[in-house]
Structure formats: structure tokens, C-alpha cells
Design a protein around this ligand. Structure first.
Ligand SMILES: Cc1cc2nc3c(=O)[nH]c(=O)nc-3n(C[C@H](O)[C@H](O)[C@H](O)COP(=O)(O)OP(=O)(O)OC[C@H]3O[C@@H](n4cnc5c(N)ncnc54)[C@H](O)[C@@H]3O)c2cc1C
Length: 381
């Protein structure tokens, strides 16, 4: 196949970690909505954070395909754990691409070691899909800045030490008037909202952050002033590949559970796996999961080859998210009533899958991007 030895080794290591460490506690983490810090410490030791960070900057320097393989395997264990890996990948990619040497020296080590928890803070009450609606402002004050505003539904907000915050630095300049700041979330003027109670991925801690006259030093600015929107967009492709891989992992976990159950559960004096109606559910799950996986890998390879990956990443994210929701619903169906009961893995997987159609750009937006690229570049590009 197209995977090289390194891809297979890292994938197998992540798979073993998921089987031995993540899967056994996934149900409890979901039930307790608990942040699994001890799992993240182990992942940091294994080098599973900041997968794409170059060796010269203290990371393992793996390609995007490796990242996708790891995301799928971790998510097959539990999507909330993979989500943390995806968040760190996004933040570390921002730092690698746009951070100053001093910022990389200060932040990359502790972030990859899971000592400093990070949050990526874009969404606001009036600015979801339409990021241009953000109202958080950073105003120059002497050498530094003063930050005011608020963010909602921020992953890690209840536990994070540092927030990468998109703020307006020029009200008149539209997309060019936004900048990203690295904000110490223990500073005066930072207030955390309560933790949200979510449908799925319940071990991921999500909440609001409010900023009142938070003083930021000059070196809190990431990259240059006015480049925040551009920087945010520059990591979107990789972010979408990550979420698409996460969705594939959820689907794969559902398939494995459904195949096992269909062989064990007997009705009409035979395993339900012998009924064609059940077999077709399993077959549809398997083919769609594999199709999504191939889309993810193809998008990842485009990024690694520095080819235009926008359409490929949107197709992967959209297809994989829709697939995960539809095919985990099939897994519930194979389980019958048991699939609807808390404590059965497929019930959680179905809930965990839903958000993959919403975050990292909703699937309507992915379709808009795919169509825009088709119209711009033609159907064969
Ligand atoms: C669990 C969770 C974790 C999250 N983590 C983070 C995080 O860490 N950081 C962060 O910044 N944000 C985060 N978010 C926010 C997430 O990115 C937004 O929810 C998402 O971007 C959609 O925005 P919205 O919810 O405001 O929906 P809206 O933008 O209000 O959209 C509502 C509906 O309208 C559709 N719609 C909107 N515009 C269009 C259009 N032009 N054409 C067609 N349809 C359209 C959407 O597809 C959607 O179906 C998180 C959200 C959740 C639920």
C-alpha cells in the first residue's frame, strides 16, 4: 500500500495506545465529563502532540498523513482524546508557521509536553460561521495592547493556560483588521464561563472566556498586526483533515462494535449477522468508512506535497462527518434497543459523531467551498 514503514509504526503505536489506555476508560470519561489529564501526559511522552512540529523545534516532524493516521486511531479509542491532539496540532502549526523564535521557544516545549494547556479562541455569540462578525478588540496601549470582549464554545476554556485569541485591531479594515494574540488565561481581567454540557465528546471541556481590560505585552502578538484572519485560514486545511480523520475513527469504532455484536446476538436461533438486512448495514458501514479514509489520506498527501488542498480537505471533512453520523446510526441499528441505552459504546459514538458536521467549518460551508472551487478551477482540477 501507499503507507511507508514510519506511517505504519506510528499508526500501530497510536492504535495500541488507544486499545490499552483510551478505550477502557472512554465510557467513564463520557459519563463523568472528565478532563483526562493523565492520558494527555502519556500522549506527550509518546510524542503524540505536535506531530508536525519539525525536529529542530522539538517535535517529531511527521507529515500530515501521519497526523491523520494518529487522529483516526486515537478517535477510534475516544474522540475527545483525539480532539485534544487536533487542538495542539493546530496551535503548534500556528506557532511553527507564524511565531517568532522567542514565541516558539517559550510556548512549543510546554505545549507539546502537555504542561501548558491551550485554547483556540475564534467563536463569539455574534460570530460563528461568519468570523468577520467578531467584536473582541485589542487596542494599542504604550508598547502593548488592551484586550476586551468574549469568546464562546472554546475547547479547553475551563482548563487552558494560554488562549490564541482572534481580536479586532482595526475596526475599519475588515478581514485585514484582525490579529491573533497569545493570552495568559491566568491574567487579571480574564474570566471563565461555566463548562458547557454537550451532547457528545463530553470529556472535552468547552466553555466561554471573557476579557475585561486584559493587558497584553507587545510580544503577545502572533505574526504581524492585521494578519490574524490569514493565519487562521492558513491552518484550516490541516484542521479539516484532522477532524475528518477523527470522524473516520468514530465510524471505525462503530463498525468494529457492530460486527462483534452481530456475531454474538442471536435471534430466530441464529446470529443476526446471518440476516441479509444486517449484513447490508455492515457492508454499507465498511465501504463508506473506507471511502472517507481514502479521501482523508488523499487530502493529507496533497498538503504534504504542497499541492492546492482546499477542495480535497473540504471533501474529506464533509464526507467523513456525514459518514460518521450516518454510519454510527447504523451501528445503533445493529444493536437494536441496546444501541439506544447509555453504557453501550455505539450510543456514545453516535453522539460523539454529530459535532464533526459542525465544528472546523460546518458541512454546509464545506459544500460551499467545494462548489466554489469547482466553479473557479473546473470539474477536473
Ligand atoms: C463542542 C464545540 C467545540 C467548539 N470548539 C471551538 C473552539 O475551540 N474554538 C472556537 O473558536 N470555536 C469553537 N466552536 C464553535 C464552532 O466552530 C461553531 O459552532 C461553528 O463555527 C458554527 O458556528 P455557529 O455555531 O455560530 O453556527 P452558525 O454560524 O450560526 O450557523 C447555523 C447554521 O447556519 C448554517 N449557515 C451559516 N452560514 C451559512 C451560509 N453562508 N450558507 C449556508 N449555511 C450557513 C450553518 O451551516 C449552520 O447549519 C465549538 C463548537 C462546539 C459546539
Amino acid at each position: 500500500m501507499y503507507l511507508n514503514e514510519t506511517h505504519e509504526q506510528v499508526r500501530d503505536m497510536a492504535r495500541q495506545f488507544a486499545d490499552e489506555v483510551i478505550r477502557p476508560v472512554a465510557e467513564a470519561l463520557d459519563r463523568e465529563e472528565r478532563f483526562p489529564g493523565e492520558i494527555y501526559d502519556q500522549m506527550a511522552e509518546l510524542g503524540l502532540f505536535g506531530i508536525g512540529v519539525p525536529e529542530a523545534m522539538g517535535g517529531p516532524g511527521f507529515d500530515t498523513l501521519t497526523y491523520a493516521l494518529v487522529m483516526e486511531e486515537l478517535s477510534r479509542g475516544y474522540a475527545s482524546v483525539a480532539d485534544q491532539c487536533g487542538l495542539v496540532e493546530l496551535i503548534s502549526t500556528l506557532l511553527v508557521r507564524h511565531g517568532s523564535e522567542a514565541q516558539r521557544d517559550r510556548w512549543l516545549g510546554p505545549v507539546l509536553a502537555a504542561k501548558t494547556r491551550v485554547a483556540y479562541c475564534i467563536t463569539e455569540p455574534e460570530a460563528g460561521t461568519d468570523v468577520s462578525g467578531i467584536r473582541t478588540t485589542a487596542v494599542r496601549d504604550g508598547d502593548g495592547w488592551v484586550l476586551n470582549g468574549g469568546k464562546i464554545w472554546i475547547h479547553n476554556a475551563p482548563v487552558a493556560d494560554a488562549g490564541f485569541v482572534l481580536a479586532r485591531t482595526d475596526r475599519e479594515a475588515g478581514h485585514r483588521g484582525m490579529s491573533i494574540f497569545i493570552v495568559d488565561l491566568h491574567a487579571d481581567g480574564v474570566e471563565r464561563g461555566p463548562k458547557e454540557h454537550k451532547m457528545g465528546q463530553r470529556a472535552s471541556q468547552v466553555g466561554a472566556l471573557n476579557f475585561t481590560d486584559v493587558r497584553l505585552p507587545a510580544d503577545a502578538l502572533l505574526g504581524s498586526e492585521g494578519r490574524g484572519f490569514h493565519m487562521m485560514m492558513s491552518v484550516l486545511d490541516k484542521g479539516r483533515v484532522g477532524i475528518a480523520a477523527l470522524a473516520v475513527g468514530i465510524g471505525q469504532a462503530g463498525l468494529e462494535a457492530a460486527v462483534d455484536y452481530a456475531q454474538q446476538r442471536r435471534q430466530f436461533k441464529k446470529p443476526i449477522a446471518e440476516f441479509q438486512g444486517v449484513q447490508w448495514l455492515l457492508a454499507d458501514m465498511a465501504k463508506d468508512i473506507e471511502a472517507a479514509r481514502l479521501l482523508v489520506h488523499s487530502a493529507a498527501v496533497r498538503i504534504d506535497r504542497k499541492q492546492d488542498a482546499t477542495k480535497a480537505c473540504s471533501m474529506a471533512k464533509c464526507f467523513a462527518g456525514d459518514m460518521a453520523v450516518a454510519r454510527t446510526a447504523d451501528a445503533v441499528q445493529v444493536f437494536g434497543g441496546s444501541g439506544y441505552i447509555r453504557g453501550f459504546e455505539v450510543e456514545r459514538l453516535y453522539r460523539d459523531a454529530k459535532i464533526t458536521q459542525i465544528y472546523e467549518g460546518t458541512n454546509q460551508i464545506q459544500r460551499m467551498i467545494i462548489a466554489r472551487e469547482l466553479v473557479k478551477n473546473g470539474a477536473r482540477a
